[in-house]
Design a protein around this ligand. Structure first.
Ligand SMILES: *[C@@H]1O[C@H](CO)[C@@H](O)[C@H](O)[C@H]1NC(C)=O
Ligand SMILES: *[C@@H]1O[C@H](CO)[C@@H](O)[C@H](O)[C@H]1NC(C)=O
Length: 505
């Protein structure tokens, strides 16, 4: 048994452990903007195209798409659960208090999904499409741009209860809203900043009627609302009737993503209770509202940070989640897909359940647990574990691993692991012959260029953001092992351009 190929393969596979999809372990850090660069390079372009078309046709759609991303992320993480229709196993979130008669834009997402499936089948998750569509909606309406971290997996299940309970309501009190944000790992800064999303979009009369007529059950309006503004609103939002009448959330510039939302709050003209309380109920929050009202730049800067953070909310941890949460387009495309005009659905084959989905057996509880734990190991721990197992199982050579490792950019970590199990072909022997392969070493870099350096390193390794960052911070360190002279020189040149000093040996 000791030398069986199975163990060798297992040990080899171990080296991939730090690359596992594992939401919580990496705090969402496994998501990165280049995720589809090779597997579906046109994905972002397709999303942008469809969103631009939809927003041109209906400016309100920008806010609707942004809201879908938000309502997705707050329920079981950003896993596209919001898109699922009811079935035997799913109680759709579309029926929740937060979504019923108000969530919209599903047909836009369906159209994007169909076009992307045609371009690269079974590659791009709906959760990522939602995140990209939200970004594009903001950019199209004049807001900030950011690179959207990608690589989310879609959920097979939905949570109607989560949708009812986790998403703050328009009449929620400040503390309730903050608590709901905190439950998602978001803080008060994220709360105020992301509320700025209400710089675009509409709300129905039913969402703020209470403020106009009977805020605390004593027949009096909410006096934190500017009373002349309230009078205007009452005209189309009387005590009864007109429930569905629409009102701009930011009446000053309703379809432009800017900081007028915060200026409105300063003037007590926030439409929803949940908007105005940001200014009236908490000191920290009030100061932030003021800051953003004075500086749109500051608002935009923090907005990109907060929305990336929100986009990283993810429950899909480890192996089990990944297996179960392959795309299930057949569920996605139940009804609304029919209305998607320019895609010939009968000719696309993606709308049936992938056959392996139903036949794939769940791994046992203990196997899943081990896999999840492996996924949580750092590179160095993986090297240690490999060595311990190698000795325990008496595996002397690990040919597969030796072959695999050099190209993987794990050189630095292997060196750090000392006598690490996977020492490739003896380095000493090789040196005597004409040198064919080289190791690239990061000597140092300008502190200011660190982000660029990390980005560059990720360009020629398979490292995740966190691993690349850790590696770069260890400089001087081995960057890449066993590359040709040509390749090494290319790396050196590129790294030089971004402000890093790199050598080869
Ligand atoms: C205001 O709300 C309270 C409690 O919900 C209710 O009892 C009362 O009748 C309402 N007053 C008016 C004028 O609608
Ligand atoms: C859609 O594609 C199918 C299969 O390729 C074809 O038979 C059908 O005529 C097409 N329909 C339209 C409306 O183009």
């Amino acid at each position: 048994m000791a030398h069986s190929m199975g163990f060798v393969t297992f040990l080899s596979l171990l080296s991939f452990a730090p690359l596992c999809f594992s939401g919580n372990t990496f705090g969402g850090g496994h998501l990165y903007p280049q995720f589809y660069d090779h597997s579906c390079p046109k994905a972002q372009e397709i999303v942008e195209h469809f969103v631009a078309e939809a927003v041109a046709e209906d400016p309100r759609m920008a806010a609707s798409l942004l809201r879908l991303h938000f309502h997705d992320c707050f329920v079981k993480g950003c896993d596209a659960s919001v898109l699922l229709d009811s079935s035997e196993t799913v109680r759709s979130e579309k029926g929740s208090n937060s979504n019923r008669n108000s969530a919209r834009g599903f047909e836009v997402i369906d159209g994007i999904k169909a076009a992307i499936e045609k371009e690269c089948p079974h590659t791009v998750s709906c959760a990522d499409i939602l995140a990209l569509a939200a970004r594009d909606s903001i950019v199209l309406t004049g807001g900030p741009y950011w690179d959207v971290p990608l690589g989310r997996r879609d959920s097979k299940g939905a949570s109607l209860r989560g949708s009812n309970n986790n998403i703050p309501g328009p009449n929620s009190k400040f503390q309730t809203i903050l608590t709901k944000f905190k439950l998602q790992g978001l803080n008060i800064v994220d709360l105020v900043t992301l509320s700025g999303s209400h710089t675009i979009g509409n709300a129905q009369c039913t969402n703020f009627r209470q403020r106009l007529h009977n805020q605390s059950g004593n027949g009096k309006p909410d006096y934190t609302l500017d009373q002349s503004y309230a009078a205007q609103l009452r005209a189309r939002c009387p005590t009864s009737g007109g429930d569905q009448n629409l009102f701009f959330l930011d009446f000053v510039s309703p379809v432009k993503f800017d900081n007028n939302y915060f200026k409105n709050l300063l003037g007590h003209k926030g439409l929803l209770n949940s908007d105005q309380v940001l200014f009236t109920k908490n000191d920290v929050s009030r100061e932030l509202v003021k800051k953003y009202a004075y500086s749109q730049e500051l608002f935009f800067e923090q907005y990109t940070k907060s929305i990336i953070k929100m986009g990283n909310i993810s429950p899909l941890t480890g192996y089990k989640a990944r297996i179960h949460n392959t795309l299930l387009p057949n569920q996605r495309f139940s009804s609304s897909i029919q209305s998607s005009s320019n895609v010939n659905l009968t000719s696309t084959r993606y709308y049936t359940t992938p056959s392996q989905e139903s036949s794939k057996k769940d791994p046992s509880e203990s196997v899943s647990k081990i896999v999840d734990e492996l996924c949580g190991l750092s590179l160095l721990e993986v090297m240690d574990l490999t060595e311990v197992l190698r000795q325990k199982w008496d595996v002397k050579e690990m040919p597969i691993m030796a072959m695999m490792m050099p190209g993987m950019g794990f050189g630095g970590a292997m060196k750090g692991a000392g006598k690490g199990g996977a020492a490739g072909p003896g380095k000493g022997e090789e040196k005597k012959e004409e040198k064919m392969v080289f190791d690239v070493k990061l000597e140092g870099f300008d502190a200011a260029a660190k982000i660029k350096v990390i980005k560059e390193v990720r360009g020629f390794t398979d490292l995740g953001l966190k691993e690349a960052k850790d590696l770069v911070e260890k400089a001087p360190t081995l960057l890449k092992k066993g590359v040709t002279k040509e390749e090494a020189e290319k790396i050196i040149q590129k790294m030089k351009e971004v402000g890093a000093k790199v050598s080869m040996e």
